[in-house]
Design a protein around this ligand. Structure first.
Ligand code: NI
Length: 166
């Protein structure tokens, strides 16, 4: 396994749309392993392939305290949603920035697992938020995009400063 480099906002590649995975093969499984390792090392609770500069529809999520409940989703799709909720979100691509974002309260997601087998999952609370946040990355959307232009501007300047000093 390998730890991959995470793109940092406002890298324009974070705004590209990822393409569906045609086949879940050993290449995809290795990518899932590397993405998981990268997420755990960061540490974070979710990571989408575009964040490591792979423009394919793959996400990994683990919201457990014990870090032993990895959820890998290939070609995830929200097929049902209800309610609305607002939570403070953060992102490994926007280190040190947290802001509230409105999301669906409950979702049903359809995806392929690491073996390429389809499954469905009902998710609410933090898990639901995290999955919606990661699916956004596949559509080239970062949570910062939901904030006011003023806030986006401030975050961009802050990140540029962080990049210059790293
Ligand atoms: Ni993110």
């Amino acid at each position: 396994m390998a730890i991959l480099d995470i793109l940092i906002y406002p890298d324009s590649r974070l705004h590209s749309k990822a393409r569906p995975v045609a086949q879940v093969d050993s290449r995809i499984r290795k990518l899932i392993d590397d993405m998981s390792e990268t997420m755990y090392a960061a540490p974070g609770i979710g990571l989408a392939a575009p964040q490591v500069n792979v423009m394919e529809r793959i996400i990994v999520v683990d919201i457990s305290e014990s870090k032993d409940s990895l959820l890998a989703m290939v070609n995830p799709e929200i097929i049902q949603s209800e309610g609305q909720d607002e939570h403070e979100e953060g992102c490994l691509s926007v280190p040190g920035v947290y802001a509230p974002v409105k999301r669906y309260e409950n979702i049903r997601v359809r995806a392929l697992d690491k073996q390429g087998k389809p499954f469905e999952l009902d998710a609410g609370g933090l898990l639901g938020v995290c999955i919606q946040h990661e699916i956004d990355h596949l559509d080239g959307k970062v949570f910062v995009d939901y904030l006011s232009h003023l806030k986006q501007d401030r975050i961009r300047k802050k990140m540029q400063k962080v990049m210059r000093h790293s």
